[in-house]
Design a protein around this ligand. Structure first.
Ligand code: ZN
Ligand code: ZN
Ligand code: FE
Length: 750
C-alpha cells in the first residue's frame, strides 16, 4: 500500500469533475479525498501502487468533456493515513468554491440513446439531460448554481428523478436541470395567430415545416425561425418577412451525412461540428449554388444540439434553415410572449415550451483553421467558460467595442468573456449589455476596481465605461486587437501585430484599420499602415461602396466617369467636405469590390469584401507593392492602376480579385519583415475583422512561416471586434500594475 498525492491544475471545478473522480476512485478500489484549491483540485488516495498508477493514467483520458487539465503532479509516499472510503472535502477558502459555471452542452450520446429507446422512461422526452449535457448558463438566474436558482425552480423533481439526483453512481447525480415527462417542462405548438393546438407539439411543428411553413422554435439561448431549405421560394419568403435580403442563413442538418451532401467536410471540421459545443461551422460549399441560402462560398451549418431538435428532425427531415429570430439589429427573442407578439406575421407557427430562458445566448459561429476553431462569434456552448491566464489579474471590466459588442471580466487568473451581445447603437441591445454585465458580476462574484474601454469617444461602450466611476483605461482599438490575439495564445512580451479591420479610432483621431503594430500589453508603436483614403460621405461610404471605388480611382488618377455621382464626390473631395480619411483595410476591400463591379451597395457589414473573396480565382498573380517611410506606408495607388489596366484588358474580375488579395498577402509579409529588421521581433499576431477572409488566412500564415516567423491567430475569442474586450482587459491590467493604490485618476492614453 502507498499514498498518492495528486495536484491537478486547470479548469476542473464546476465541470462534474468531483463525481467523475469519485467513480474512478471506486473503480480503481482506492480510498481518500478530493478538495478544490485555487489552481484546481488536490487529491490524496491510498491503495496498491499499480491501482494508483492506473488511476493516474485513466484520469486525463476519461475526464469530463469540459475539464481542462493543464498539468498533473503526482507524488507517492509509503506513509499511510488510513483513509476509509472517499470524501469530497469542503474547500478551505470560500472564494474558490463554485467559481465556474458550465456553458450549455449539446445532448450527449447516452441521453440520445435513451431518447430513442421506447423502453426508457424518458423516451421522446424533449428535455432529457444529464450531468454531461443539457442547459446550464442559459437557465441560471443566480448563484449558487442549484435548481432553485434556475428556470427549473418551478418543476419540483418527481421521486424517480430525485433518486437519480442523489445517487453518486448515477449519470444524473447533481444534474440541476434533471427532469422527466412527469415532472419537467412541456412543449406546445401554437399557430400563427398564437392559438395553442392540442396534441403532440413536436409532431404538429414537423407537419407544419413539411407543409412549407415558417416555424419559430424555442432553443437554448433564444428563438430560431425554421423552414425547409430545399424550397427557394419559401426561403425568399422568409427573407422578405425578416427583412434580411442578402445576409446568409444558417442551416441545421440532421446528421453529418446530410452536411456532406452540401459541404466539404475535413476531419477537423467534423470534429468541431459534432463536438459538444455544437457551433455553427462555416463550411465550403461542395458546389456553387444554393445562393439563396448563402451568397458566398460558405454555408453556416450546425447539427441538432437539444433533444427537441432531434425530435423535430425525426427520420425524414434533413436540413432546415435555422436563423436567429430577431428583427434586423435587435437582440434575439427569448421569451414566449415577446416572440408571439414580435413574430406576428413572420412565423406561421410556434414550437414553444415552458422552461424559461434566463439569458440570451446566440449560436456560436466559427471556421476551422489549422485544426482549431477560428471564432467569428463566441457564444452558446463556450460562454461563460473562462480563459486562464498566467499570474493574477486585477478585477477589471473591459467594455469592448460597439458593433460586435461583448465584455470581459477578470478575477484571479481567470478571464470571463461574455457572449455575443450585438450592436450597442440599438437600445434593446444596449440594455441587454448592461444587464449581462450585472449578471456576470453576480454569477462570478466580481466587483471590478478598474475599467477599460475603446479610445473611440462616441462608442456606447465608452460612454457606459465612463459612467462607472472607476479608474478607466482607454485602449486604442488595434492595440486591443493585438493584445487579444496575444492573450488568446497565452503570449507575453512583445510581438509584431498585423491588425486589419474596417475601422477603429486612431490615436491621431483618424480612422485606422490596415495596421502593422509592434508592442505588447503595456504599449505599442504604429510601425506601418496602408495609405489613408478619403471616405466621401463618411459612414455612408461603408454601405454605398461605389463611393470608395471613386475615392480609390480618383486618388490613383484613373478614370472615374463610370461611377454614378462621381461629380458630386469630386466636388466633396475638392472642398474637403465630409470626406474623413481612413486607413481601414475593410474599406480598401470594399472599394476594390466596387471597382470590379462585384458589389456597389452593401446590405450588411463587410458584404463587399465577402463577395470579393467568394469571386476569387487564384492565378498566382500579384500587383506592384509600394512600401516606403516610417511609419511604413503601403501606397495602393500603383496597385489600383494595375487593377484598372487588367480590367481594361478584359481580365476576369475573379482573377483580379485574387491578384488583389495575393498582393495584400505579400504586402503583409514585407511589412512584417521590415518590422523584424527594425525591432528583432519574430512573432506575428494576426487579428481584426478583415482576417475573416479565408482566402487570406489560407495563405498569409504559411507565407509568414516561410519567412521564418512564428504566427499566431485567434482560436478562443473572435478575430473581429467581439474579441477586443479581452485585449482591453490585458492592456488595462498591464498598465495599471503597481498603480492600483496610488490614485483614482485616469491614466494617460497611448
Ligand atoms: Zn446526457
Ligand atoms: Zn421526473
Ligand atoms: Fe476592429
Amino acid at each position: 500500500m502507498e499514498r498518492l498525492c495528486l495536484k491537478i491544475r486547470g479548469i476542473v471545478q464546476g465541470v462534474g469533475f468531483r463525481p467523475f473522480v469519485h467513480k474512478l476512485v471506486r473503480r480503481c478500489g482506492l480510498s481518500g479525498y478530493i478538495k478544490n484549491t485555487s489552481s484546481g483540485v488536490e487529491l490524496e488516495l491510498e491503495g496498491e501502487r499499480p491501482a494508483l498508477e492506473r488511476f493516474v493514467a485513466l484520469l486525463p483520458e476519461q475526464a469530463p468533456v469540459l475539464a481542462v487539465i493543464e498539468s498533473m503532479e503526482a507524488s507517492y509516499s509509503p506513509e499511510l493515513r488510513g483513509y476509509k472510503g472517499f470524501e469530497i472535502r469542503q474547500s478551505q477558502r470560500e472564494e474558490f468554491r463554485n467559481t465556474l459555471i458550465s456553458p450549455d452542452i449539446g445532448i450527449c450520446e447516452d441521453c440520445l440513446r435513451e431518447l430513442r429507446d421506447p423502453r426508457d422512461r424518458r423516451y421522446r422526452y424533449p428535455f432529457i439531460n444529464c450531468t454531461n449535457c443539457g442547459p446550464r448558463f442559459t437557465i441560471i438566474k443566480d448563484i449558487p448554481y442549484d435548481r432553485a436558482k434556475t428556470s427549473m425552480a418551478g418543476f419540483p423533481m418527481c421521486p424517480d428523478c430525485d433518486r437519480e439526483y442523489y445517487d453518486i453512481e448515477n449519470r444524473r447525480y447533481h444534474a440541476q436541470p434533471d427532469c422527466c415527462a412527469s415532472c419537467g417542462p412541456r412543449v406546445f405548438y401554437l399557430d400563427g395567430a398564437g392559438k395553442e393546438h392540442p396534441g403532440d407539439g413536436i409532431e404538429l411543428a414537423r407537419a407544419a415545416l413539411k407543409a412549407g411553413k415558417i416555424v419559430a422554435v424555442k432553443g437554448l439561448g433564444g428563438m430560431h425561425l425554421a423552414c425547409r431549405c430545399d424550397d427557394e421560394a419559401l426561403v425568399r419568403k422568409l427573407r422578405r418577412r425578416k427583412q434580411r435580403d442578402e445576409k446568409p442563413f444558417a442551416l441545421m442538418c440532421r446528421d453529418v451525412d446530410c452536411v456532406r451532401r452540401i459541404c466539404r467536410l475535413s476531419e477537423a471540421e467534423e470534429k468541431i461540428l459534432t463536438g459538444f459545443r455544437r457551433p455553427i461551422v462555416l463550411l465550403e460549399k461542395r458546389q456553387p449554388g444554393l445562393d439563396y441560402l448563402s451568397e458566398n462560398g460558405y454555408l453556416g451549418v450546425m447539427l441538432p444540439y437539444t433533444p427537441l431538435h432531434y425530435l423535430l428532425f425525426g427520420d425524414d427531415l434533413d436540413m432546415l434553415v435555422m436563423t436567429s429570430a430577431n428583427l434586423s439589429d435587435m437582440p434575439i427573442l427569448f421569451k414566449n410572449a415577446e416572440a408571439l407578439e414580435k413574430l406576428q406575421g413572420i412565423a406561421d407557427g410556434f414550437l414553444l415550451h415552458d422552461r424559461e430562458i434566463q439569458t440570451r445566448c446566440d449560436d456560436s459561429l466559427c471556421w476551422v483553421l489549422e485544426g482549431r476553431e477560428y471564432p467569428a462569434r463566441r457564444s452558446r456552448g463556450y460562454v461563460p467558460f473562462p480563459l486562464r491566464m498566467e499570474g493574477t489579474l486585477q478585477s477589471i471590466l473591459a467594455c469592448g467595442a460597439e458593433q460586435k459588442a461583448s465584455f470581459c471580466l477578470s478575477k484571479g487568473s481567470y478571464v470571463f468573456p461574455s457572449q455575443h451581445i450585438g450592436d450597442l447603437k440599438n437600445m434593446e441591445t444596449l440594455e441587454n449589455y448592461t444587464r449581462q454585465i450585472a449578471h456576470f458580476k453576480r454569477l462570478f462574484d466580481i466587483e471590478p476596481t478598474l475599467a477599460a474601454c475603446d479610445l473611440h469617444p462616441d462608442y456606447m461602450s465608452t460612454e457606459y465605461a465612463q459612467s462607472l466611476g472607476l479608474p478607466l483605461v482607454p485602449v486604442q482599438h488595434h492595440h486591443a486587437h493585438l493584445a487579444a490575439c496575444m492573450a488568446d495564445n497565452g503570449l507575453e512580451g512583445e510581438v509584431i501585430g498585423l491588425v486589419w479591420d474596417g475601422t477603429g479610432y486612431g490615436t491621431d483621431g483618424t480612422a485606422w484599420g490596415g495596421e502593422c503594430l509592434t508592442g505588447g500589453y503595456e504599449a505599442f508603436q504604429r510601425f506601418g499602415h496602408i495609405l489613408p483614403m478619403a471616405l466621401p460621405g463618411g459612414d455612408r461610404a461603408a454601405k454605398e461602396i461605389d463611393r470608395l471605388a471613386f475615392s480609390l480611382l480618383y486618388a490613383a488618377g484613373c478614370d472615374t466617369s463610370s461611377i454614378p455621382g462621381a461629380e458630386t464626390y469630386r466636388a466633396m473631395l475638392a472642398a474637403g467636405l465630409n470626406c474623413p480619411l481612413s486607413s481601414g483595410m475593410g474599406r480598401l476591400f470594399d472599394g476594390v469590390a466596387a471597382i470590379l463591379g462585384i458589389k456597389t451597395r452593401c446590405s450588411y457589414e463587410g458584404q463587399g469584401a465577402i463577395l470579393l473573396e467568394a469571386a476569387a480565382k487564384d492565378d498566382g498573380g500579384t500587383y506592384p507593392i509600394l512600401l516606403s517611410g516610417r511609419p511604413l506606408v503601403f501606397d495602393w495607388r500603383e496597385m489600383i492602376r494595375a487593377i484598372v489596366l487588367d480590367q481594361q484588358q478584359g481580365l476576369d474580375a475573379g482573377i483580379i480579385a485574387a491578384r488583389f488579395m495575393n498582393t495584400l498577402v505579400e504586402m503583409a509579409v514585407r511589412m512584417a519583415v521590415a518590422a523584424r529588421e527594425d525591432t528583432g521581433l519574430n512573432r506575428v499576431c494576426l487579428s481584426g475583422g478583415s482576417f475573416q477572409n479565408m482566402y487570406i488566412m489560407h495563405r498569409l500564415p504559411d507565407r509568414l512561416r516561410d519567412e521564418g516567423f512564428k504566427v499566431y491567430h485567434h482560436s478562443r475569442v473572435s478575430t473581429n471586434d467581439e474579441g477586443i474586450a479581452l485585449g482591453q482587459l490585458m492592456i488595462a491590467n498591464a498598465k495599471w500594475k503597481g498603480k492600483e493604490n496610488v490614485s483614482c485618476r485616469t491614466p494617460e492614453t497611448d
